[in-house]
Design a binder for this molecule. Structure first.
Ligand SMILES: C[S@@+](CC[C@H](N)C(=O)[O-])C[C@H]1O[C@@H](n2cnc3c(N)ncnc32)[C@H](O)[C@@H]1O
Length: 403
């Protein structure tokens, strides 16, 4: 049986996520702002959750309805047979997301989440004499409600009630160590690499501004074909990472459980081949700050990857030259200039452009930066400019082919 799902991602990488999901489960998906939606089986949904490198979270749609007033929202939310999905002794949390129109009209999303909570709780109280309780930290049932413009001319709004299948976001792989002030989110780093069409069997990859090493590690996981959930799957308590483990639709379906545990076995087996697959050093990291270089090494080990498959240099990106004869791809997010003054930053971008132009003939470079003025200091022809949101920064992913 097919159900509807929504996979969220950073704004700007929706098309990368679309291609990725199509390659994982072979179906076409619909692109929205901040994610993609698709209809598929429960097995394929779990497969997406286990293997997607770009998604932040995966949600399953439980029900959807049109409404005009908060009272109608309450009434329709109460009609849903909640006891089929949630036991009385389980916990839940409700988060509401508005589109622009709903935000303007309805204003306070807490008021709307309160209405849905009341509907759910009142239904249990009336039918079962008790109620499931709210847990804001790690609920069994993290509900996400999207309120959007209704497509029908009889109603103002549409509510889609989803349950989050993740507990810990998919973007949080589990190898991050504290110590860097501006690390890239893991799923965004992976999206940059996938977008570059890096041919990992023949092209070297180099990050000239490695920071804590996120791009390097994600590149190694892509090359080794290891699912990004591998560290979560190694844990004894899987429900700590995956909310679906405690949800009835999963628990009641023995075939689905068998499927999940088979996939888990496959993924963990693949991690045993890491050292063999990653034995050649195709992945180069450059970082000027030696403290961060140590952090990269610790993080690689935390990720369970062999240190020897990375070639790390404590060097200056502005003078560093290609580490080998084969041509490859540079993927970096240089500093944006939050700490340094504008002139110093312009000089850094200018010098970076000059180094790429003079020394990196035949390579392609993908640079993620938030500062438009700095971009102009690079005197190379920009082949592509993709707007991407990185946390609360409006960034551009710039592509250069170097001749
Ligand atoms: C925005 S951070 C990169 C974060 C990284 N992508 C991560 O996920 O952790 C930029 C990094 O560039 C380093 N850096 C700045 N100037 C540099 C230069 N000239 N050469 C090499 N590294 C430099 C900084 O020390 C900082 O760690």
């Amino acid at each position: 049986m097919e159900n509807s799902y929504f996979a969220s991602c950073s704004q700007g990488v929706e098309n990368i996520l679309q291609r990725e999901i199509t390659s994982i489960i072979g179906i076409s998906v619909e692109v929205h702002k901040g994610g993609v939606s698709f209809d598929t089986s429960e097995e394929e949904a779990l497969k997406t959750l286990l293997y997607s490198r770009t998604a932040s979270r995966l949600f399953r749609l439980f029900f959807s309805f049109d409404f005009n007033t908060p009272e109608e929202l309450y009434r329709k939310s109460k009609e849903y047979p909640w006891n089929k999905t949630l036991s009385i002794n389980q916990t839940f949390k409700i988060q509401v997301l508005f589109d622009r129109k709903a935000k303007e009209d309805l204003g306070n999303s807490i008021f709307i989440s309160q209405k849905i909570k009341d509907a759910l709780v009142d239904q249990y109280r009336e039918k079962a004499g008790g109620r499931p309780s709210v847990d804001k930290k790690s609920p069994d049932f993290p509900l996400m409600v999207r309120v959007e413009d209704s497509e029908s001319d009889k109603a103002l709004y549409n509510a889609k009630i989803y349950v989050d299948l993740c507990q810990v976001p998919l973007s949080n792989r589990g190898y991050r160590m504290p110590g860097h002030r501006a690390p890239l989110r893991e799923n965004l780093a992976a999206a940059l690499i996938l977008h570059s069409n890096w041919s990992y069997n023949r092209e070297p990859l180099c990050d000239l501004f490695s920071g804590s090493g996120t791009i390097l590690i994600e590149a190694a996981l892509i090359k080794a074909k290891v699912a990004p959930t591998y560290l979560k799957l190694q844990k004894r308590d899987l429900a700590e990472s995956f909310a679906f483990m405690n949800q009835k639709w999963f628990q009641k379906n023995q075939e689905l459980k068998n499927y999940f545990f088979e996939e888990r076995k496959k993924i963990l087996n693949q991690t045993k081949k890491l050292a063999l697959i990653l034995k050649q050093g195709f992945i180069y990291g450059v970082e000027r700050d030696s403290t961060y270089l140590e952090l990269i090494k610790e993080t690689i080990l935390e990720a369970g990857l062999p240190l020897k498959s990375f070639s790390l240099s404590n060097a200056d990106a502005l003078t560093f030259c290609p580490p080998e004869k084969r041509k490859g791809v540079i993927i970096s997010n240089p500093p944006y200039g939050e700490r340094l003054n504008e002139d110093t930053m312009k000089e850094l971008y200018y010098e970076l452009g000059e180094n790429l132009k003079n020394n990196w003939n035949g390579w392609r470079a993908h640079l993620l930066t938030s500062n438009n003025e700095l971009r102009k200091a690079i005197s190379l022809r920009t082949e592509e400019r993709l707007p991407i949101r990185n946390g609360n920064l409006e960034c551009r992913l710039l592509k250069y082919s170097l001749f």
